[in-house]
Design a protein around this ligand. Structure first.
Ligand code: PGA
Length: 238
């Protein structure tokens, strides 16, 4: 695991965009893992800027997103499908993207289908992650056990509260999600985790104790041979 502390959020976004740029230059048909939430928004803005400037090309790349609320319509403004189209996919030339289907009638079958699609694509080359205040990656919430494959998860109070800021007053917030399991995440050939903002400092501190805790899902990343954790100074407590 490599730790990189940069001055501020914009610097982290640029550094991670550099990694995506290099990945696509070296392997244009890369399989990218992508995340949602507040953290990657600046990264996606930077990737769109580079795309518009002709500096990055996604035309042979495909992507898999980590998770999606369940159930949710793709047209719901808080669905991750909508988020990704708004923030990235409608603004670049990505060949193909996949997100767990929050509209599926049978969530278990959808999880199996999603894992099959990732496997058929040859696995993920470069996985982007954010981290929850509770240490979750994707929607792998703190637990004693972690499914390897994609699964339907009950969201914890911590995640529901953290994400309630995206929902309007009285707007229904799904209490469950489909999330990529720890297996697909850790099978990714390389992983980048972005940790930004002072509110993430306590979980970042826990992560850098250098121990794997079952109660801190992100700590599994410490076992990965090519994981880089980018922090801004606020999250690093510097
Ligand atoms: P955030 O979410 O980027 O909105 O803080 C990260 C996460 O929950 O993984």
């Amino acid at each position: 695991m490599k730790k990189v502390v940069l001055d501020n959020y914009d610097d982290v976004c640029r550094a991670v965009a550099d990694i995506y740029s290099r990945q696509l230059r070296e392997k244009p048909h890369s399989v990218l893992g992508l995340a949602t939430g507040g953290t990657p928004i600046g990264l996606y803005e930077e990737l769109v800027r580079r795309y518009n400037a002709g500096e990055i090309d996604f035309s042979m790349a495909r992507s898999f997103n980590l998770d999606e609320y369940y159930p949710i319509s793709k047209s719901h403004p808080q669905s991750y499908d909508y988020f990704m189209r708004e923030n990235l996919f409608d603004k670049i030339n990505i060949a193909r993207y996949s997100i767990p289907n929050g509209e599926a009638d049978d969530p278990v079958a959808e999880c199996e289908r999603y894992d099959g699609e990732i496997a058929a694509a040859g696995g993920i080359d470069l996985m982007l992650l954010g981290i929850g205040l509770n240490g979750h990656i994707g929607f792998n919430e703190p637990s004693d056990t972690y499914p390897i494959g994609t699964y339907l998860v009950d969201l914890t109070e911590s995640s529901l509260t953290a994400n309630s800021r995206f929902f309007g007053p009285g707007e229904h917030q799904p209490g469950r999600a489909l999330t990529m399991g720890i297996g697909a995440i850790l099978s990714s050939r390389s992983i980048v985790l972005m940790i930004c903002g002072a509110n993430k400092a306590p979980i970042a501190k826990r992560l850098f104790e250098g121990k794997v805790y079952t109660g801190v899902p992100a700590s599994f990343l410490l076992l990965h041979p090519d994981a880089t954790i980018f922090l801004d100074k606020a999250a690093a407590g510097a």
